[in-house]
Design a protein around this ligand. Structure first.
Ligand code: SAH
Ligand code: SF4
Length: 379
């Protein structure tokens, strides 16, 4: 007798997969629509509340299925309204989700992996090593948890969370299928109905996956560039040695040009690090490098963390860099630090990650956080 019947977690199922699930248990396809609405529009986590399903079906569902989001470990609200959730995923590690309210919009920043294998030198997630991929349910579960907590009513869907960015922990293109399923649910009217322009995938440049991405979705793309030449990018983003700029930039441009809406552009993320990539000659090189790339540039002042010797650039250097790009016609913004009182700013987020690669043993040994919970990580 097996007591460990694996229930299907309906939270991460796309419309197609939900329909296939209902057919597989001998039910009609249209049940998928009803259940998707209960889960994502009403954020219901219990079949008993699904009142337009008959009692027998509700009972059957509770035998074979479940709606299981990651466990919420903590929720904090900053003075500026930024919210941060720490959630535990299947592996036992914790990842974080941040909601950033702004005038006229609300951006949810979510994680795709616990840890990251790519080891960018300025990123504390990278220093933690890789633990695990999040399931589709764990990726979309972060939206579900945030929407639930922000107390959206069905009629207001999308008003609180207007944008989702895959800029939390992990490299989303290395968890391709689960991330694509979750993004499809974000955009589906039966899910969260967020426009494709307002769902953004950020990548450090996994070129083969970028090429595949264009065949399955049309979300917005952000590229973590951080350097204007290969020599410097090799140091900051080691993945560059595998996919250097001369293959990476055409792959990004190809993705954008493949979209039906020709007015779209790539967001270039450039983390400015004092004395490393923040000099006028770097801006001049960047201006040349991006000449044929339809893009806008987002400058992110480096947020320091323990065990990194890098420093934040001065405000002068930051604004000089921005001006230089703007004078050459680039739409260039500086990412404002938000939620730093709850450690929710880029580079401040905490995860609790077991490094299965053991790459960062030195880093882990040196962690001295009092509650054994926090290792600074980046978004
Ligand atoms: N792996 C993906 C998405 C997660 S990282 C990627 O690399 O794009 C998202 C962003 O967090 C990166 O663009 C990077 O600029 C930023 N980031 C990482 N560490 C940071 C730090 N210490 N200070 C400021 N921004 C940081
Ligand atoms: Fe991974 Fe992105 Fe951090 Fe690089 S910047 S280590 S790709 S999470």
């Amino acid at each position: 007798m097996s007591e460990t019947l694996q229930k299907t977690n309906l939270l991460g199922l796309t419309r197609e997969k939900m329909e296939a699930f209902f057919l597989s248990i001998g039910e009609k396809k249209f049940r998928a629509e009803q259940v998707l609405k209960w889960i994502h529009h009403n954020r219901v986590g219990d079949f008993e509340q699904m009142t337009n399903l008959g009692k027998a079906l509700r009972e059957k569902l509770s035998q074979v299925a479940e709606i299981r989001a990651p466990e919420i470990v903590s929720e904090n609200i900053s003075k500026d309204g930024t919210r941060k959730w720490v959630v535990r995923v299947t592996s036992g590690s914790c990842v974080e989700t941040v909601f950033i309210p702004e005038e006229g919009r609300g951006t949810l920043c979510i994680s795709s992996q616990a840890g990251c294998a790519l080891d960018c030198s300025f990123c504390s997630t990278g220093k933690q090593g890789f633990d695990s991929d999040l399931s589709a349910a764990e990726v979309i579960g972060q939206v579900w948890i945030a929407a639930r907590s922000l107390n959206n009513q069905p009629a207001k869907i999308g008003r609180s969370i207007t944008n989702v960015v895959m800029m939390g922990m992990g490299e989303p293109l290395l968890n391709f299928d689960n991330v694509v399923d979750a993004m499809n649910l974000m955009m589906d009217d039966l899910g969260y109905g967020i426009s494709k322009r307002r769902v953004t995938l950020s990548t450090s440049g996994v070129v083969p996956a970028l090429q595949k991405l264009g065949q399955v979705t049309d979300v917005s793309l952000a590229l973590s560039l951080h350097a204007p030449n290969n020599a410097l990018r090799d140091q900051l983003v080691p993945l560059n040695k595998k996919y250097p700029l001369e293959v990476l930039l055409p792959a990004c441009t190809g993705y954008i040009q493949g979209l039906s809406d020709k007015s779209r552009s790539i967001t270039i993320e450039y983390t400015l690090i004092h004395g490393v990539n923040d000099q006028p000659q770097h801006a001049a090189e960047l201006i040349e490098l991006l000449r044929d790339v339809p893009c806008k540039i987002n400058l992110i002042p480096f947020n320091p963390f323990s065990l990194s010797d890098y420093k934040r650039p001065s405000n002068n250097a930051l604004h000089r860099f921005q001006r230089q790009l703007q004078e050459s016609g680039y739409n260039t913004t500086i990412r404002r630090t938000r939620g730093d009182d709850i450690e929710a700013a880029c580079g401040q987020l905490a995860g609790e990650v077991q490094d299965r690669t053991r790459r960062s043993a030195r880093y882990q040994q040196k962690r001295v956080e009092p509650d054994n919970q926090i290792a600074v990580r980046s978004i």
